[in-house]
Ligand binder design. Sequence first.
Ligand SMILES: Cc1cc2nc3c(=O)[nH]c(=O)nc-3n(C[C@H](O)[C@H](O)[C@H](O)COP(=O)(O)OP(=O)(O)OC[C@H]3O[C@@H](n4cnc5c(N)ncnc54)[C@H](O)[C@@H]3O)c2cc1C
Length: 308
Amino acid sequence: MFGLGKKTNDLVALLPEVRGKYLCNVLMARHTWCGVGGEAEVLYCPADDEDLSFFLKTKPYNLPVSVIGGGSNLLVRDGGIPGVVIKLESRFHKQYIIGNGVITCGAGLRNRDLKKIMLENNIGGLEYLCSIPGHLGGAIKTNAGCYGTETKDVLVKATVVDGNGEVKEVPAADFNLGYRSSCFPDDWIITSLTLKTEPRGPNEILKILNDHKERRVKSQPYNERTAGSTFRNPEGLKAWELIKKSGCDNLQVGGAKVSEKHCNFMINTGKATAHDLETLGEMIVQRVKDETSITLEWEIKRMGIPNK
Ligand SMILES: Cc1cc2nc3c(=O)[nH]c(=O)nc-3n(C[C@H](O)[C@H](O)[C@H](O)COP(=O)(O)OP(=O)(O)OC[C@H]3O[C@@H](n4cnc5c(N)ncnc54)[C@H](O)[C@@H]3O)c2cc1C
């Protein structure tokens, strides 16, 4: 699954012996929706919570550790990510438990896989997630939402492994979920979660899913290399309106351009580098500031180091 990785490098010799998988020098462009990004020095896919906990308890002090989900909200810089990047592999997250109006599943489950689960079990309430790319862990971190529902509305609790390797159950309120954001320690890795559901039959579920898809196809770039909305909407305002008003809706830098369909999306037209995309984004921030005195905040998470 994780092509382009080598079996070993200098760092891997210093890492604890885990039951999961280490892959070295993994090209992150393969793990991000916008298709850019240099190499992760080591990509670690834990076997389970205990394996992840052991890794975090015994890893070298000062080792840089980052976590990614489906890579749909990420811009990894061209110089790559030093240290270890943790990714929960979706194949270890196929198990789920349903009952008492909730579903508990692994954080590596892809949002879109909820469709089959909902249809087979006559449960609804999570349709909004099916049209949002990424994995469930990422949906908590970003408080993903669309068409009137966000993760904050359905999250009951989650299991996390903290930076010291302690496994704990955390109630929804402790994640401090807000508009496309959360406020919990960056070293917490969400490994499973419990979400509220509602009884709902397949016909109604499919109707909602089709409606969401139609709205998305109409208003946003679809099947394009992008990391979703580039900027958060400033309170009471729309980022896309500010971008348009500032004359940025047809900007292009190298292989990166502003989407013609929705100007708060940046597109990798095929040969963009992370530097092209980040430069385009910063150019928009500057022009919007000059024009409106408002400073747009990145919604896309930027990771890694620029090319030397
Ligand atoms: C075409 C397109 C449309 C989109 N539409 C929407 C939309 O309608 N609504 C919306 O909200 N978003 C949208 N997005 C953005 C994106 O899909 C969401 O933010 C999504 O929830 C990110 O999840 P991910 O698994 O891909 O996370 P990643 O992009 O991999 O990571 C995002 C952040 O989450 C952290 N993270 C990931 N997994 C974990 C974990 N297990 N534990 C702790 N931290 C973790 C990462 O460190 C990073 O900070 C869209 C993106 C695209 C490309």
